[in-house]
Design a protein around this ligand. Structure first.
Ligand SMILES: Cc1cc2nc3c(=O)[nH]c(=O)nc-3n(C[C@H](O)[C@H](O)[C@H](O)COP(=O)(O)O)c2cc1C
Length: 331
């Protein structure tokens, strides 16, 4: 029987399948069910600074109204209310860790540089095994320069790395002109892994009711192709781990990501669509490919992938399909 054991961010995983940050990883019940079905690790639902600030402001307002003249207590409440969120996260981590040794990666998304490292430190103290920094801001103002955004990201990573000792990964968007360079800069800053890629909320119009609604929330099977391309192209060029995320809906696709060089994969949409038990299908899909190809370990899968890629690296770089589309279109 092939062995799916692997290492990601220096953590020992019994297999490379992580459940990505989402509502599926926000409660102990849901996480423990996924663990029962055999996942190798969990990325906890992100703590969003906006969410915490909003809750914090609401609580502060209530306190201010009650305290009236006793405003010197506000500093204390400011600290205490923020701490409450982390106490909840610690409780969740403690509850899971009391029942399983599955690695837990905490995830944060902040918008003020100062908060990134304070949240990171608090999550480390709460018992997370590693951190995933969910980096993305839509540059909606047209006077924002790409260099400013990137320098902001690099500064966040630098500061977080200074403040925590647990492994740190960054989860990035595919929307960079110089994606390879960006990943290599993160690598040079000492991140332990890069997760490629995040999936974003897209607004849409509800034509009948004249309002804005959410666009498609889940990925589709076809979305994996761009992830596969970038994992394959960057694997040999960086030293940090690479995690494939986006469009992994079957054991076949998961196996392909490992062939491309992924150290782990994250799955979300397929588990929302098919239920937690689908973890077994994904793992048995990979297992049966490994057995069919006589591959004993994940390193064997990587080795086989490397043997396929060097001669055909240009296929991964190809953007226009002169040859392929040409042949495809022939009647
Ligand atoms: C309902 C839902 C909620 C999500 N919530 C988060 C989140 O809190 N933090 C985060 O980093 N990514 C979040 N994501 C993105 C996923 O972690 C993942 O990166 C993305 O969905 C691509 O993987 P998939 O194709 O397997 O769905 C969410 C995705 C979905 C569908």
């Amino acid at each position: 029987m092939s062995d799916l054991k692997t290492k990601y961010l220096g953590l020992e995983l019994k297999n490379p399948l992580l459940v990505g940050s989402s509502g599926l990883t926000g409660s102990a019940d849901s996480i423990l069910k996924l663990v029962d079905y055999g996942v190798g690790g969990i990325v906890l639902k992100s703590l969003f600074e906006e969410e915490i600030i909003r809750e914090h402001e609401k609580n502060m307002k209530e306190k201010v109204e009650r305290l009236e003249s006793n405003l010197e207590f506000l500093d204390y409440f400011d600290y205490q209310l923020k701490e409450d969120n982390f106490r909840r996260q610690r409780k969740l981590i403690d509850e899971i860790k009391s029942q399983t040794d599955v690695p837990l990666i905490a995830s944060i998304n902040c918008y003020s540089v100062g908060e990134w490292f304070s949240y990171a430190k608090l999550l480390q103290d709460a018992g997370a095994d590693a951190l995933e920094l969910n980096l993305y801001r839509i540059p909606s103002k047209i006077n924002i320069e790409a260099a400013d955004i990137l320098n902001g990201y690099y500064e966040i990573v630098r500061r977080v790395k200074e403040h925590v000792s647990i492994p740190v990964s960054v989860k990035i968007s595919p929307y960079f002109t110089d994606l390879g360079n960006v990943v290599s800069r993160f690598d040079m800053l000492g991140v332990d892994g890069v997760v490629m890629f995040n999936r974003y909320y897209s607004p849409d119009f509800d034509l009948e009711n004249n309002r804005i609604i959410s666009g498609p929330v889940y990925s589709s099977q076809a979305d994996y192709a761009n992830v596969l391309r970038w994992i394959a192209m960057l694997k040999e060029q960086v030293t940090c781990d690479l995690c494939a995320s986006g469009g992994i809906h079957s054991g076949d696709t998961m196996f392909k990501m490992l062939l491309a060089g992924a150290d782990s994969v994250q799955v979300v949409s397929a588990l929302y669509k098919n239920g937690a038990a689908y973890v077994r299908d994904l793992l048995s899909g990979v297992q049966s490919w490994m057995e069919k190809k006589r591959l004993d370990t994940i390193e064997d899968v990587h080795r086989m992938g490397r043997s396929m890629i060097p001669n055909h690296a240009e296929v991964f770089e190809r953007v226009q399909f002169m040859k392929y589309f040409g042949e495809h279109g022939k009647g």
